[in-house]
Design a protein around this ligand. Structure first.
Ligand code: C5P
Length: 410
């Protein structure tokens, strides 16, 4: 078997602040701590007062080789346990197990123990591994808390389904320590700036197009551009040269990315096809209007007494046009569907000659427009892979992982 360091190379030397809350799954925190230590991480442990009922500070101190922190002040000598310096020390705050109570307090900004004050002042990535009974996990309050935390950038290692301490069977069991360790390892691996796409050029389309009706009004859609911007950022972070053809958004251009602003679908078509000429691939993330007013009035349309009918003409499909001439280049598309999701995404794969399609369904809570999270399924010619709810940055990293392996094959 591979040793901890070889299996989780990105954990070496990392400073992990392990937060333990009062759940029966706290016993797994001991194994987790050991796995992190074996992988070469430096681990400090903060426990909530209730967590001590489930696992002893002595066990955790022995395994982490560091004193355990529970109180704001050391009861022996009155020394202050500074939550600010703990947060500064850590490369990652990992709360495992995270109870429904702690998640609710994190959402609400409650600061009534050392772990919560540390969370509120931490600037490092925060990862939670929820653990609770199935009904507590499924409760609308808990789900809303998790969604809000994910929107704020907290990373969630989803619980598994299985037998719970209550004897019931369902989703709520904390992810296994091995899974959490692997999650942290890949989190750090992604943050290491590996220039795996150095020398490659990509075009990314993002945001909504604007189709003018007259000098005042236009047709558009709800796309925020966040997903496309996150992909452009991730491609650039891995060393690629990126042209971001952007429709309307309020986002700043990511570092190291060349942004070309466009308004209409026609302008986006021209800018994207021109940039694709010298590219190794493209990611079509923009929400492009399918129809545009057949005529744009030069003056503001006056209202009359009756209804108004606007004649619309079809826009050109940018993705299909690139698909027709892509040759060996990589082309990734998006599909936002409200019904017959998988079948529609499959049809798009062949019609537009995509290498893979990223499907989001508006039916999934936390997916789609505006938010910071997304729940997607990758669909390619060999099948489909459904990913859990994650931040748009994490989804971007997974998309770029897939692009990276396609690039390596070519
Ligand atoms: O056909 P549909 O609009 O659902 O396809 C979505 C995919 O095609 C997305 O990747 C989108 O960016 C791209 N598309 C495009 N040009 C259009 C319409 C869609 O590039 N005119």
């Amino acid at each position: 078997m591979e040793s901890g360091r070889a299996a989780h190379p990105s954990l070496e030397g990392r400073r992990i602040l392990l937060g333990i809350t009062g759940s029966i799954a706290a016993y797994k925190a001991a194994v987790l701590c050991r796995l992190l230590k074996t992988a070469g991480a430096d681990v400090r442990v903060v426990m909530t007062p209730l967590a001590k009922q489930f696992i002893t500070p002595l066990t955790m101190a022995t395994l982490s080789k560091n004193p355990i922190l529970v109180e704001f002040f050391d009861p022996e000598n009155g020394a202050w346990n500074s939550h600010v310096s703990l947060g500064e020390w850590a490369d990652c705050l990992l709360i495992a197990p995270a109870t429904a109570n702690t998640l609710a307090k994190m959402r609400g900004g409650v600061a009534d123990n050392l772990l919560l004050t540390t969370y509120l002042s931490a600037r490092c990535p925060v990862v939670v591994a929820p653990a609770m009974d199935l009904d507590m996990y499924a409760h609308a309050a808990t789900q809303e808390n998790l969604r809000t935390l994910a929107d704020r950038g907290v990373k969630i290692v989803e619980p598994a389904a299985g037998e719970l301490a209550s004897g019931l069977v369902g989703k709520g069991r904390m992810a296994e320590p091995e899974e959490i360790t692997a999650y942290l390892d890949s989190l750090f691996a992604r943050r290491e700036k590996k220039k795996t796409l150095q020398g490659k050029r990509f075009v990314v389309t993002a945001g909504a197009t604007i189709e003018p009706i007259d000098p005042v009004r236009y047709i558009t859609n709800h796309s925020s551009g966040k997903m496309g911007y996150a992909i452009a950022e991730e491609l650039a972070r891995r060393g690629a040269e990126v042209v971001l053809v952007s429709g309307r958004t309020s986002l700043p251009a990511p570092a190291g990315v060349e942004r070309r602003d466009v308004l209409s679908a026609d302008e986006m078509f021209d800018a994207t096809t021109a940039a694709f000429d010298r590219a190794d691939g493209a990611v079509m993330c923009a929400a492009v209007a399918d129809y545009t007013p057949a005529e744009v009035s030069a003056t503001k349309l006056k209202k009359g007494d009756g209804d108004l009918t606007l004649a619309l003409r079809r826009t050109r499909d940018i993705a299909a046009s690139l698909g027709a001439c892509k040759g060996n280049r990589i082309l990734v598309g998006f599909a936002l569907e409200t019904d017959h999701e998988a079948a529609n995404a499959q049809a798009k794969l062949s019609k537009k000659n995509f290498d893979f399609v990223v499907l989001n369904s508006l039916r999934d809570a936390g997916a789609g427009f505006r938010g910071d999270t997304n729940k997607v399924t990758f669909i390619d010619r060999s099948g489909s892979e459904e990913l859990p709810l994650m931040t748009k940055h994490d989804v971007a990293a997974r998309i770029v992982d897939k692009i990276e392996s396609l690039a390596a094959e070519r």
